[in-house]
Write a protein that binds this ligand. Structure first.
Ligand code: PLP
Length: 273
């Protein structure tokens, strides 16, 4: 084995998210991205899912004080340059996350950027967030988010806007910033009619468009998690938000090109090459 470099503490990023037993999405995808980027990843597990390539068969939530405890423990000792949220499961967990993050300077007016990937369901449609938690997502988590990264299904659930074209994508971005997020990234990856995969970033004033060719693969499990983990990694290194999005998009595109089949369903994006 090559000799490992010693003595240098790498950038640290915290993911507050669910475990995927199939290893494709959730904290497992985040940790793969962090490790490949040379970042030390820390985790606050919110739920343990029972999951394989065919779908999510069930999950067990972690007690909210244990979720909050993981966040506080990591940040007060190890320190982090950015954090992201993924699956949060319930309003009680969202409240615990917001209560833990705010005094630690994560998101809001704090100095640590917070990427909120508002995970609502798996690609198979299995719910990962209770319907009762949508209000907490909108009312207390979005106002402290440095950036929110919903896909089009999540945009519909959260804002009621059905994104079908450029104009409705802009309307959705305005609605998301209106909920208090500093930046909103409306991912167009689910606009199946489009040959491109247009993403729209908005800060309440200016729109930035990001276009990449669509990678046609059934193996895209964990794509959203990988994007938000790569964005948090870039923000931890001091990238501007538009640069962090551009980096994240490139990272996911690369991972989709290298995605592999797994089990009988959808394989994962693969940043490890
Ligand atoms: N499982 C967990 C724990 C997740 O966090 C996510 C997405 O964020 C998923 C499953 C769903 O991933 P996908 O939509 O790629 O199936």
């Amino acid at each position: 084995l090559p000799t490992a470099p010693t003595g240098i503490t790498p950038a640290r990023v915290l993911t507050i998210a669910g475990s995927d037993s199939g290893g494709g999405a959730g904290v497992q995808a985040d940790m793969r991205t962090f490790a490949t980027l040379g970042i030390h990843g820390c985790v606050a597990i919110t739920a343990v899912t029972v999951q394989n390539s065919l779908g999510v068969q069930g999950f067990q939530e972690i007690e909210p004080p244990i979720v909050a405890g993981q966040i506080t423990s990591v940040v007060t000792d190890i320190g982090i340059g950015a954090a992201k949220t993924g699956m949060l499961a319930s309003s009680a967990i969202i409240e615990a996350v917001v209560d833990a993050c705010t005094p630690l300077g994560i998101g809001g007016d704090g100095t640590i950027p917070l990427v909120v990937d508002p995970v609502c369901a798996s690609m198979h449609g299995d719910p990962l967030l209770a319907t009762e938690a949508l209000d907490a997502l909108r009312d207390i988590l979005f106002p402290i988010a440095t950036v929110v990264t919903p896909n089009l299904d999540e945009v519909r659930l959260i804002t009621g806007v059905d994104v079908i074209d450029d104009a409705s994508q802009r309307e959705a971005a305005r609605a998301l910033c209106g909920l208090g997020a500093r930046w909103a990234l409306v991912k167009g990856g689910h606009l199946r009619s489009s040959a491109q995969s247009p993403d729209l970033l908005f800060d309440g004033l200016e729109f930035h468009e990001f276009t990449h060719s669509r990678i046609d693969t059934p193996h895209d499990h964990g794509a959203g998690d990988t994007l938000s983990a790569a964005m948090a990694s870039a923000l931890a290194h001091g990238f501007s938000m538009p640069d962090a999005v551009a980096f994240g998009k490139q990272w996911v595109t690369r991972g989709l090109k290298a995605a592999y089949p797994l089990g009988g369903g959808h394989g994962p994006v693969n940043p490890l090459w």
